[in-house]
Structures are given as C-alpha cells and as structure tokens.
Design a protein around this ligand. Structure first.
Ligand SMILES: [Zn+2]
Ligand SMILES: [Zn+2]
Length: 235
C-alpha cells in the first residue's frame, strides 16, 4: 500500500495555494511546515526523548538549522541538547582528556560536519510527501482537479515531483501525470519570463511612462521560483 499519511496536509496545501492571491508552490509550503514541525518537536515535546537524543547527539545540526533553533528563542532545551551532544563528541575524539591521534578526531568531526538531524528528518518525510502526492494523483480524481488548479510549482519541486512520478507510476500512467504537472509549471514560467523582461524594459526611458503591469515584484518572484522559497500568505 503506498504512503497515505500525508493526504490531509497535501490536500490542505494544494487548496490554500489554489486560493491564494499570490503564486505559491504547494510543496514549498509543505516543506517549510516539515522544517517547522521538526524544530517545534526537538525544542519541545521530544526534547527529552532518549531515542531522539541519541540521534541528535550523533548527527548534530547544519549551520542553517542551528541558526533557526537560535531564532526559536528557547535557550534551555537547546542547551540541554548541546550539553549531551558536546559531551558525546568530546568523548569520541579524546582519551583520558587527551586528543586522540590525528586520523580519528578529524574523521569524526568531518562526519559530524556533514550531517544534520533536522535535514535528515526533512529529507525522509519529504520523500514520503512526494510519493503520497503522486499516489493521490493516480487514485483520486478530485486531487487531479486540485493539481490542475495550481498556479505554479517552483523549479526544485517540479523536478522532484516529476522524478517521483517517473519512478512510481507505470509507463502507461506517467505521460498523463507529466502532462498535468507540466500544465501547471510551464505557463507560470512563461509569465515570469515576460514579467522580468518588462521589468528590465521599464528602466529604459522610452518605457518610463508605461504601466508596470505585473512586473513590479517579478525579480522577487523569479528568485523564489528558482530557489524554492515561494511564500504562502500565512508564512
Ligand atoms: Zn516549491
Ligand atoms: Zn540542517
């Protein structure tokens, strides 16, 4: 049985994106919510859970997520987690308070620097969301309509959604899926191209008195489209 645990949040994100006045990629909202949930959990409910502590001790955090946890404003849970994380790491690179010979500490510190508990959790759940959404497309007629009513997918989420579809749908089903997703992606892409062009033209004195049309925020929208940072109304 394919994944269905994310059916409700996926439906909600697609409905909100379709109704939004802005061009919002529903997967950007879902991915941002995943990150927020993880930070809420580790600095809240699951902060003292031993099995989570074992994982955070082992993986540590990337600079971006350290920054987000600092901005969260709860110092004590963060300090408690850092206490055991630092102690475990220190124990791994020293023997009787002396640093171990060259290769071991460097290898362990390098491993630590390339992992992040929050990134790992997001990646795991993100894959499940993509799979779930592909399954919904193939099994739920209403969801197909919802998908076609989207205004946009950003570049990264278009790639991942299509790749998941190509992996998980049969050869017969995939072309129709690609067609639907492409019908959302391409028109907004085209609109951005002309909006950014018009934005550039407006700096030419000959176009000075022309209206802006939809070009005023086109640079921000193009960057959000290319860097998957499209914000929903509530974000
Ligand atoms: Zn996106
Ligand atoms: Zn991270």
């Amino acid at each position: 049985m394919p994944e269905t645990i994310y059916t409700i949040p996926i439906n909600e994100a697609f409905e909100a994106a379709a109704e939004s006045e802005q061009c919002v990629c529903p997967f950007c909202t879902l991915e941002r919510d995943l990150e927020k949930n993880e930070i809420d959990l580790i600095l809240g409910a699951s902060m003292m859970e031993p099995d989570i502590r074992i994982k955070t001790n082992k993986s540590g955090f990337c600079p971006k997520h350290f920054e987000k946890m600092m901005a969260y404003g709860k110092r004590l849970p963060l300090a408690l987690m850092l206490e055991s994380h630092l102690a475990e790491l220190y124990g791994k690179i020293t023997k009787k308070d002396k640093i171990e010979s060259y290769d071991k500490p460097i290898k362990r510190l390098m491993e630590l620097n390339s992992s992040c508990y929050i990134c790992e959790r997001i990646a795991y759940n993100y894959k499940r969301i993509m799979s779930n959404a592909v399954y919904m497309w193939s099994s739920d007629e209403e969801f197909r309509k919802k998908l076609l009513s989207q205004k946009t997918f950003c570049v990264k989420h278009f790639i991942d959604f299509v790749n998941t579809g190509s992996r998980e749908l049969g050869k017969k089903e995939f072309p129709a899926f690609y067609q639907d997703v492409g019908e959302v992606f391409a028109p907004y892409f085209k609109e951005l191209c002309s909006d950014v062009s018009w934005f550039c033209k407006k700096f030419d004195y000959r176009y000075e008195d022309e209206p802006w049309y939809n070009a005023k925020d086109s640079v921000e929208r193009a960057v959000a489209f290319l860097s998957s940072s499209q914000k929903s109304d509530k974000a």
